[in-house]
Design a protein around this ligand. Structure first.
Ligand SMILES: Nc1ncnc2c1ncn2[C@@H]1O[C@H](COP(=O)(O)OP(=O)(O)OP(=O)(O)O)[C@@H](O)[C@H]1O
Length: 470
């Protein structure tokens, strides 16, 4: 296998070093860091580097001195300098001293890539590891919080420790859980995702642990539980805070002892799985309130991953919008539409309580509404087509009253479609209304409807309104 290139970064700003290290790591390049001139010389004497990037201002000297030192001691090593934007004089002095190129700060990823391509004399893409490509493909985003998340993700994925993922609804917790699995050495095994909020409480034990035939009415044959299905792979417990306390005890035992007992069985089964869990709720607060077991909390909470809300990811909003346009167009077999400047600005200015899921819904709707080859402001702002019952917040009460009187009037005549279907349609309309009012923030929608999150998820599934298709 080709050796991974090694680059020495010399800069006294820690944050900049971390950022550059992340950028280089995405190019498949390993880095060492030195913050001072003397430390840089020492490292250069001890290791074999393929290139060096140095800042000009160092606490104990300057970058030009380092360029000269390299010229004398390691003439074959390409060295480039980092200069403040527009400082051409210094840049030229560096070139005269033997630097092969310079990069202006703030550093632009494209320039950095081109520079390293020159220094290493190889196309950068060739160095990208399989994992990097997988992450770039599945986890869209280049903002700082997402880059940092990628670094932590890579470290975490390689261990066997339980991972706990937090983040608002729709931020991509399941995407991350899936990546943890795919980047781990369990990736040949299954990835079993369970939404703890969507399983009715009375079915939970049998769904998770399985059951023996005849263990309760309706158990007509043996059934393997979801935990057992994760054998050799990873078990993703989404919305873990929704697990009832009794089930938390049983889960703790399964996680600790790697053994389960199906309902109605005397025998225990060994199961080898890694647990990845997620919640949009503050689990620590739930522990304080006695709603989540502390021992289970400690057990599943060994490694932490925090997903930032979409509104804090800057230009990632546009990257994601393009990603969804491409994906949806491909699925529907239609040409890809372009976002106008106004549409981009609109997307960048939104709050997104429903995060990436909400953005996907907005894009899907806009593609449906636009008859042209572009997506403009009116397609993003218009009333949803797929979910046509949206009502502005300030008209909510008025609409509810009108809705009630509609029901009273129509209750006088019997529904042609039968009572069940008629009531289901009303139920569906109300659900859609609540979702539209809350921009598809399901937690908020459940609250507005006075029902639990679990119950809302269950109903959405029933009506095929659970838009998570991945
Ligand atoms: N960074 C990302 N790149 C590409 N797609 C993403 C990204 N983040 C989220 N998505 C997409 O957004 C949708 C919601 O993501 P996901 O289901 O992982 O969120 P979640 O945080 O688990 O939501 P919930 O809390 O409601 O369970 C999915 O369609 C997912 O594929």
């Amino acid at each position: 296998m080709e050796r991974q290139p090694l680059v020495l970064l010399v800069d006294d700003e820690e944050d900049l070093c971390t950022l550059m290290q992340m950028s280089l790591s995405r190019m498949g390049i390993k880095t060492h860091i030195a913050h001072r001139l003397e430390q840089a010389k020492k490292r250069l004497s001890e290791n074999k580097y393929d290139a060096c990037l140095t800042d000009l201002n160092l606490p104990d000297g300057n970058g030009l001195q380092l360029v000269e030192w390299i010229g004398q001691h390691l003439p074959a090593l390409p060295v480039a300098v980092l200069t403040a934007y527009g400082n051409m004089e210094i840049a030229i002095a560096a070139l005269k001293a033997g630097a092969f190129d310079f990069v202006s700060k703030p550093i632009n990823q494209k320039h950095l890539e081109q520079l390293l391509q020159k220094a290493l004399n190889k196309p950068i893409e060739n160095f990208q590891s399989k994992e990097d490509r997988l992450e770039q493909k599945l986890l869209i985003g280049q903002s700082l919080p997402i880059q940092q998340l990628r670094i932590t993700l890579n470290k975490i994925a390689r261990s066997q420790a339980p991972v706990f993922i937090t983040g608002e609804s729709g931020t991509g917790k399941e995407v991350i859980a899936n990546l943890v699995h795919r980047l781990s050495n369990r990736n040949e095994g299954p990835f079993i995702a369970i939404n703890c909020g969507a399983i009715p409480t009375e079915l939970m034990e049998s769904e998770l642990f399985g059951h023996k035939k005849g263990s309760f009415s309706g158990a007509t044959q043996d059934k393997q539980g979801l935990i057992q299905s994760a054998h050799g792979g990873s078990l993703f417990l989404d919305e873990i805070a929704e697990l009832p306390l009794t089930m938390q005890v049983k889960l703790l035992r399964a996680v600790q002892e790697k053994r389960i007992r199906p309902v109605g069985s005397d025998a225990e089964i060994d199961v080898d799985f890694r647990v990845i869990s997620a919640s949009h709720q503050d689990l620590e607060a739930l522990v304080q309130q006695g709603r989540f077991r502390q021992d289970l909390f400690f057990r599943i909470h060994v490694m932490d991953l925090v997903l930032p809300p979409l509104r804090e990811r800057g230009d990632d909003i546009i990257l994601l919008a393009h990603h969804f346009i491409q994906k949806i167009s491909q699925e529907w077999g239609i040409p890809q539409k372009q976002l106008t400047e106004r549409a981009r600005n609109f997307l960048l200015s939104q709050y997104y309580p429903g995060n990436v899921r909400e953005l996907r819904n907005i894009i899907e709707r806009a593609i449906t509404l636009s008859d042209e080859d572009k997506i403009d402001l009116q397609h993003l702002q218009s009333a949803p087509l797929r979910y046509p019952t949206a009502t502005p917040l300030d008209r909510q009460q008025e609409s509810t009253n009108a809705f009630r009187s509609d029901i009273l009037v129509s209750a006088k005549k019997l529904p042609d479609e039968g009572l069940e279907l008629y009531l289901e349609n009303i139920e569906k309309d109300i659900l859609l209304n609540a979702l539209n009012l809350t921009h598809w923030n399901r937690t908020l929608a459940a609250k507005k409807l006075g029902m639990s999150f679990r119950s809302l998820r269950y109903r959405l599934k029933k009506f095929g309104l659970d838009t998570d298709d991945e």
